[in-house]
Design a binder for this molecule. Structure first.
Ligand code: BJW
Length: 232
């Protein structure tokens, strides 16, 4: 079958070789906390300082990491692929953008779990770009209130762009999943949705994931090797 329409899903594993910690690996804990205990609206209500600190540290750490060969391979794919392409990332880092995927290029890059460099004002609902720490409760650039939270999708909240993602999965000829454990929904269900609509499905992951058995083909190895090989 000729491939014209590709949907790619990426997770923390694609940024691991850049030095960004994954969530469920051996280094997956932050100061002894599981992500499930920090990344929730309840945790933010209970202990906003701890949650802001978690995201402030990760936002600051973005300045110390660089896109790796996998991010750059997707930058090339974005420039050279003339068919339909949607890159959906669960990651909140900006390494796909810095690896050369143009967010303005037909809207081919979607951050379904939000972005570290974005904030959401709970007073006026505005979303804004953001660089520095949030812990000091700086004012919202739009309304001036001190009610900013990271623009991150926490457990129990609706991931972003679901209508667009589901439409793309329904039209996909090929669905490729890279560096994700398949532990978190709805992203973990994309493979079944794509398959149900007739797409070929491929997984590129370091380890066997919770969803490996759901793919037509599953390749094992580091994303920095597997992704450039697949893109070429
Ligand atoms: C490499 C590598 C290398 C390493 N090369 N590979 C019970 C059953 C089913 C669902 C639920 C349930 N109870 C609750 C739910 C729903 C819940 C959920 O899924 N919970 C699970 C824990 C069970 N989901 C939600 O609440 C979501 N919202 C929702 O469902 O809304 C309702 C809805 C209804 C209908 C339609 C749509 C929605 C929201 C989920 C929000 C997730 N947020 C987080 C944190 C925020 C971002 C942040 O702080 O950074 O997002 S959690 C965290 O996990 C983060 C990630 O994006 C996400 C996925 O993790 P990922 O990327 O897979 O990382 P890891 O570490 O798990 O895996 C890394 C993989 O890479 C491993 O496999 C390694 O082997 C591999 N690897 N090095 C290649 N070099």
């Amino acid at each position: 079958m000729a491939i014209n329409n590709i949907v790619i899903l990426t997770g923390a594993g694609i940024s691991a070789e850049s030095g960004v910690a994954t969530f469920r690996g051996p280094d997956g804990l932050w100061e002894g906390h599981r992500v499930e205990d920090v990344a929730t609206p309840e945790a933010f209500a209970r202990d906003p300082i701890m949650v802001q600190r978690f995201y402030d540290e990760r936002r600051a750490a973005l300045g110390t990491v660089q896109p790796n060969a996998a991010h750059k391979a997707f930058g090339r794919l974005d420039r050279e692929w003339s068919g339909e392409l949607l890159l959906v990332t669960q990651n909140v880092d900006d390494l796909h953008e810095r690896g050369g995927v143009d967010p303005a290029h037909g809207g081919r890059l979607l951050h379904m779990h939000g972005a570290l460099k974005r904030v959401w004002c709970l007073a006026c609902d505005a979303r804004s770009d953001w660089e520095g720490p949030l812990l000091a409760q700086p004012p919202c650039p739009a309304c001036g209130a001190s009610a900013l939270r990271p623009d991150i999708v926490w457990f129990g909240e609706m991931p972003y762009h679901m209508d667009r993602i589901e439409a793309a999965l329904a039209a996909a000829d090929l669905f490729v999943s890279i560096g994700t454990s398949g532990a978190v929904y709805p992203a973990a269900g994309f493979v079944q949705m794509a398959r149900a609509f007739g797409a070929r499905t491929l997984e590129l992951n370091l380890d066997v994931s919770e969803g490996s058995h759901l793919f037509h083909e599953s390749r094992r190895g580091p994303a920095g090797e597997l992704v450039p090989e697949w893109v070429e």
